[in-house]
Design a protein around this ligand. Structure first.
Ligand code: PBG
Length: 333
């Protein structure tokens, strides 16, 4: 393969050639849409740092889920803002907690779309940490029981898949065990396996009202400097029974996505997090980049790196655009 015999430009000549040899494709069913749900009726509270996203009350959420389904989006993931928070995050595992109610209502009104739930305590605890706190420390094993109860309550409400995002050691195994003991052996676990202590979660913490009230999450979420450790975390979660593993954030961690996919033969998701979304939106609003093109290129890159599907706040916008033309990088047809 040497110039002038080989001329890569021959196959870039026009859109038909380009699409013939296109290696990676994005489709609406690659995208999972996150939602924030809060108590109340008729509530649609804009999230300032995430244009186009809202905290919805359950009644309005149902309409949104129907719309997502009509766009070909295969699933949603739910985050809850509880009525009140306490030390142990008790609404996280309450029978009539905000998420449990939301799942039931969605399942009653919409079918054919997966309801995935985030399993974590930080939105429900008064201190904003993802586990039980004692003397300023986040306790691991004491937290496992609460996470298991939370996952089970989601399953009982009708969730299709649970996604632990807390980063406590041993949570996947603990959750698998309690699900199996309660006849939910068919309910899959989507494990946030390599979740980094990232500053890209800023807008989410405003949206979910889940900022830690003291300290940071570095004693449980991963150090952004570490790649090998991600492989160990993923291996552990697979051994404990994870069905799908997830890497989070996505774009700044494409190397991790790539390495994990090369190393393990297991379905993999990536989470394009709130800060990644906000950066693109902000630059686009300033007119500094073409927001739609940058959105599509970043999603495509995450897939090219190895993700089988992507949790993204762009799910609706991207699904709409994908509907319109086969090759988004070319001109509209
Ligand atoms: C809960 C959780 C967080 C995100 C997903 N699940 C926040 C955090 O860990 O602080 C972040 C998602 C995003 O930024 O979009 N632990």
């Amino acid at each position: 393969m040497k110039f002038p015999q080989y001329r890569p430009r021959r196959l870039r000549k026009d859109e038909i050639f380009r699409s013939l040899v296109q290696e990676t494709h994005l489709r609406p069913d690659d995208l999972i849409l996150p939602f924030f749900v809060r108590p109340g009726k008729g509530m649609r509270q804009p999230i300032s740092s995430m244009p186009g996203h809202f905290q919805f009350s359950i009644d309005l959420l149902v309409k949104e889920v129907k719309e997502a389904k009509s766009l070909g989006i295969p699933g949603i993931i739910l985050f809850g803002i509880p009525e009140k928070k306490d030390e142990l995050g008790s609404e996280a595992y309450a029978e009539d907690g905000i998420i449990q109610k939301a799942i039931r209502r969605i399942k009653e009104k919409v079918d054919g779309i997966l309801v995935i739930t985030d399993v974590c305590l930080c939105e429900y605890t008064s201190h904003g940490h993802c586990g039980v706190v004692e003397g300023g420390r986040i306790l691991n094993d004491e937290t496992l029981d609460l996470l298991a109860r939370q996952a089970l309550s989601h399953a009982r409400a009708g969730a299709d898949m649970v996604a632990p995002s807390d980063m406590m050691d041993g949570r996947v195994g603990t959750i698998r065990k309690i699900l199996d003991e309660n006849q939910f052996e068919d309910l899959p676990i989507l494990a946030y396996s390599a979740k980094y202590a990232s500053s890209f979660y800023g807008p989410f913490r405003v949206a979910a009202e889940s900022k830690p009230q003291f300290g940071d999450r570095k004693s449980y979420q991963m150090d952004p400097a570490n790649g090998e450790e991600a492989l160990r975390e993923v291996r552990l979660d697979i051994e404990e029974g994870a069905d799908i593993i997830m890497i989070k954030p996505a774009l700044p961690y494409l190397d991790i996505i790539y390495r994990v996919k090369q190393t393990f033969n297991i379905p993999m998701a990536a989470y394009q997090v709130s800060g990644e979304f906000a950066l693109i939106k902000a630059a686009s609003q300033l007119g500094w980049v073409d927001g739609e093109q940058v959105m599509m290129e970043s999603l495509l890159s995450i897939k090219r790196a190895g993700a089988d599907f992507i949790l993204t706040y762009f799910a609706k916008e991207a699904a709409r655009k994908l509907d319109r033309g086969k090759s988004f990088l070319g001109p509209e047809r």
